[in-house]
Every structure is written in C-alpha cells, then in structure tokens.
Design a protein around this ligand. Structure first.
Ligand code: NI
Length: 196
C-alpha cells in the first residue's frame, strides 16, 4: 500500500525515533508498504518517520545511482545491488574526509542542496529477518545511509546547512509545510491535509 509521505514541518520528522519491537507482527507489512511508497516516489531511501511511524527503521535501494557515469566502475557495481532493510541500526564509526554531495529528500520536495558528511561509516543493524549485520560503506552508499540514519535521529538535511542557506530557504520550507507545493506523489502536511 502506498502511504502518504510526511512533509517538512511535521514534528514526527524532528524527534528521535523509538527502537523497533522485533516481535511486532505488523512489521513485514510496514516494510512492504515502505518499499512500495519509496519506489512510487522514485526515492532511493525512506525512513519510517517519513510515513508517520516514529521507529528506528529505514529502507534503501541505491541502484538508481549505478547509472551515474561519474562514478568508478567498482562503486556502480556495488550500488546496483545495494538494496537493504535497516532495523534498529547503529552507526559505530564515521571516518575519512568530509565531502560535499547534493542531497534531496522525499519529505522536502523540490529542494536540493549540498551537504557535507564524512566519507566512510560502519553500521550495525538487523536485516528484515532480524539477523544482525555489520557493514562498512563509503561513497554514495554511506551517504544514503547517513541521510536515512539522520531521519531516525530526527535530523533533516536542511538542519545541516549553514544558517545563511537555511535563511534563504525559509520561504520555500514554509510553503512545503503548508502544502503549497506540487509533488508527484501523495504527501501529508502539517495542516493534516493530504494532497496529490
Ligand atoms: Ni530524506
């Protein structure tokens, strides 16, 4: 089932999410709905708070980045199969140089800005079978995970911009929170309206 994506401005996007209860029998359905919602919106990642569930859970399919001709062959080969469910993840380490990359977010349509983050991470998490996994990632794979991980910490990419940049975006962000925007997918706004 395709769910409306929560737009910038709603509190659920600004709070630290709670751990997933792995005994919860509704979890499979929730994960299935998150995939469907993400693909419908042409996203590469979606975190549970973005569909209104304040849970430490996100899904990522970075395969669209494999089309990027600027990337090394080795990285595109990895990205084309980088499809994962992250349950109760914990970033253990973030290392390397900071690099800048243009990020967007399904909760903040039509805004894309350069965000600086470290290049390499090690993350521990449960997969969809609740098997423990540890991955060390770099480049765009790390980047997408860092962005989604921020969501479950209640942080949006716009929170990582300079105060000046944020000030310049204030009007646009305010319009998003009020629903005064066009998006290609269903969204839910602060004012509780759902609009296509
Ligand atoms: Ni996002």
């Amino acid at each position: 089932m395709i769910l409306p994506i929560i737009a910038y401005g709603s509190n659920v996007l600004n709070v630290k999410a709670s751990p997933v209860d792995t005994e919860d029998t509704n979890l499979d359905k929730l994960i299935e709905d998150m995939w469907e919602t993400m693909y419908n919106a042409n996203g590469v990642g979606l975190a549970a708070p973005q569909i209104g569930e304040s849970l430490r859970l996100f899904v990522i399919d970075a395969s669209p980045f494999a089309q990027d001709e600027d990337l090394a062959h080795e990285e595109t080969e990895f990205l084309k199969d980088f499809k994962r469910v992250f349950v109760n993840p914990k970033i253990m380490a973030e290392t390397g140089e900071e690099f800048s990359f243009t990020e967007g977010c399904l909760s903040i349509p039509n805004i894309r800005e350069d965000v600086s983050r470290k290049e390499k991470i090690t993350i521990q998490f449960l997969d969809e079978q609740f098997e423990e996994q540890i991955l060390t990632l770099d480049g765009l794979a790390a980047r997408v995970v860092q962005h989604e991980y921020d969501h479950i910490e209640g942080i949006l990419f716009t929170d990582r911009l300079s105060p000046l940049k944020r000030r310049l975006l204030k009007g646009k962000l305010s319009n998003i929170s009020k629903g005064n925007i066009n998006s290609d997918y269903k969204m839910r706004f602060l004012a509780k309206k759902t609009r296509k």
